[in-house]
Each structure stands twice: as C-alpha cells, then as structure tokens.
Write a protein that binds this ligand. Structure first.
Ligand code: GDP
Length: 327
C-alpha cells in the first residue's frame, strides 16, 4: 500500500507509546466520515506488523458489582509490576440513551493518572455493530502501542458479553454476593463464556454471602460442558475484594497460568485466528448492510421489488434478484 509520510509519522508516535497520538487515532477510528475511514484503515494497516502481543482480558458484570473499583485496583496492581495497562469500554447503554454508564470520567481516578495506564471511555454509537468495530480497532491500536494488558470492560446487557469475549483472550465475569439462593439471574450463556468468575466484595459483612455465592457458582461451573480451551481446573470461581485487594494477585496468577497453558497447547493462536476471521466476516456483513441502507439505487430497487412482492412475486425470488444487483 502506498503510504503517506503523515501516516508513517503517526504510526511511529503510537508505537513509541505517545498517549496523545493513541487517543487521536482512536478518535479517528470512531469517526464515520469516509475520508477519516480511509485514513484509519491505512493507519491500522501500517501498524499491523506483528511482534508485540498484549494479553486481552474481557470483563463483564452488571452495574454495581464493582467493575470500576476492580479495574482500578487490579490495574494499579499490574502497573505496580511495571506492566502497561489499557482499559477500553463497550457500553451498550450508550447506544440507547445517549448517556454512557462506563463513560463517567470520575471512574478509576488513580489509574487514569498512572503514566503506565490508558483509559478510554465508551463513545456513544448508534448500534452495537459500530461499537464492535471501534473496540476491535482500538484494541489493535493499543496493542501496537505496546500495552501489556488490555482490559475490555462491558456491562452485562444483551449481546455485549459475546462481543467482548469475541475479542478477548481471557474472559472474566464479575459478580457481587447474592442475597438469595438463585444464581443472580446470570444467564447460562454468559457463564459459558467465563474463564474465571470473580465474586467481588468478599470482605467485611459481605464475606459470608460472598462465600455462599462462590460455592453456588463453583457448583454451577462443574455442570458446564468442558471446552477444548479449558485447562483442567478451569473455569473456576474465586473470591476477591477490590477494596482490600484480597484475591487480586491470585486471580492474576490464574490468568497467567491459563494463558501460558493455552499458548503451549495452541489454543491461544487458534482463538486469535478464529477471531480475525470472525472480524472479517462481521465487516463484510456490516458493509453489505450499509450498502443496502445508503446506496440510493439499491434502496430504490428494494422498494420496487418490495412492491412486486406485494403484487405476488415470491419473496425469495425477489431477494435473489436484489442480491444479484450487488455483484
Ligand atoms: P460498577 O458499576 O460495576 O463499575 O461498580 P463500582 O465499581 O462503581 O462499585 C459499586 C459499589 O460497590 C461502590 O460503592 C463500591 O465502593 C462498592 N464496591 C466495589 N468493590 C467492592 C469491594 O470489593 N468490596 C466492597 N465492600 N464494596 C465494593
């Protein structure tokens, strides 16, 4: 690809760890303007060179379980070990209300001031597909910028967990101690994504309830079918406290143990290549959808064929005719 020096300079700045350059690049990939899009793709292609691989950790939990508190404590523990940590958020709420649960600037105050950390709140987007693209590309930028750990956070709503686990190497589910004896309404499908379930707030008065919740979930995990990428003993549930810091070092040890095993067994690479493929297919699907919505000729043709369907043309045949126009 023919690259302007401009893009090369920006790529070099990002690679050197310049946080302003990284921030600006993320703003660029979030833009819907066609010229920005072209520039963003060129930048991503320039930065593509392999070499550094970050550990991508997906983290999900309903509002109030302590995600920000956990990320702040866990992130500071990692930066304390000299690791560079990036935090990205996928916030499906911002797609509906325009307001973002995860975008609050006051969250993770200490971590955000840490020179080894980079925190990027979720932008408001119009649809989950847009959020997916932006987050995948932001992950790629952070990886090129040399971060060791990239935390991708999401609120437990709808499809966002699936989306985040589809771009992570390890997926964590954060829970709070439950009052009742039910499994907190956590859907089985979400539990099936988890590599580690962390029962947060295992401190003070909440500790007994946290330990009960822990044992409920440990039991529930036993009933799940083992996946090929599960090291024996995983997925597992652990108690943590993001306030006292108890259990955080143990969780990090487990993450590293599981990561090392997956690399050794080839699951790491398999997962990454499958994710790249899924990303490609998603891009194709959304580009096709965008053409259907924005291409005036196609829209007109769809309208025309729609009327023919009302007049008796078989819908499948009409669809075939429209699709033929795409090629
Ligand atoms: P988020 O909505 O998931 O980001 O949750 P927050 O991090 O904002 O935490 C929600 C509330 O739970 C806050 O009042 C926190 O202080 C509290 N909290 C978070 N982690 C812990 C913990 O480990 N122990 C206790 N006791 N409270 C916690």
């Amino acid at each position: 690809m023919d690259q302007t020096p401009h893009i090369q300079d920006r790529a070099a700045l990002i690679r050197s760890g310049d946080r302003r350059a990284l921030s600006r690049a993320i703003t660029l990939i979030e833009s819907a303007r066609a010229d920005h899009r072209a520039e963003a793709l060129e930048l991503l292609a320039t930065l593509r060179a392999p070499g550094h691989e970050a550990l991508r950790i997906g983290l999900s939990g309903t509002p109030g379980v302590g995600k920000s508190t956990f990320i702040e404590a866990f992130g500071l523990m990692l930066t304390g070990q000299g690791l560079r940590v990036a935090v990205l958020a996928v916030d499906p709420s911002s797609t509906r209300s325009g307001g973002s649960i995860l975008g609050d600037k006051t969250r993770m105050e200490r971590l955000s001031r840490d020179p080894l950390a980079f925190i990027r709140p979720s932008p408001s987007q119009t649809q989950l597909g847009g959020v997916a693209r932006r987050t995948r590309e932001a992950v790629a930028l952070c990886e090129a910028a040399g971060f060791d750990v990239i935390l991708i956070e999401t609120v437990g709503v709808g499809q966002s967990e699936t989306l985040v686990s589809g771009m992570a190497d390890i997926f964590l589910l954060l829970l709070a101690p439950a009052g009742g004896d039910e499994l907190q309404g956590v859907k089985r499908g979400i539990m099936e994504l988890a590599d580690l379930i962390l029962v947060n707030k295992a401190d003070g008065d909440l500790k007994p309830a946290a330990l009960r919740t822990l044992s409920d979930y440990s039991g529930a995990l036993q009933l799940l079918r083992r996946r090929p990428q599960d090291k024996p003993g995983f997925p597992k549930a652990l108690p943590v406290s993001s306030i006292t810091g108890d259990g955080l070092a143990g969780a990090w040890d487990d993450i590293r143990t599981l990561t090392a095993w997956r690399k050794d067994q080839g699951h790491w690479t398999l997962n990454r290549t499958a994710q790249a493929r899924l990303w490609f297919e998603d891009e194709v699907r959304s580009a096709l959808l965008a053409r259907l919505t924005h291409d005036a000729k196609l829209r007109h043709e769809m309208e025309r064929l729609g009327r023919e369907v009302e007049g008796g043309l078989p819908p499948a045949l009409a669809a075939e005719r429209l699709l033929a126009r795409l090629t």
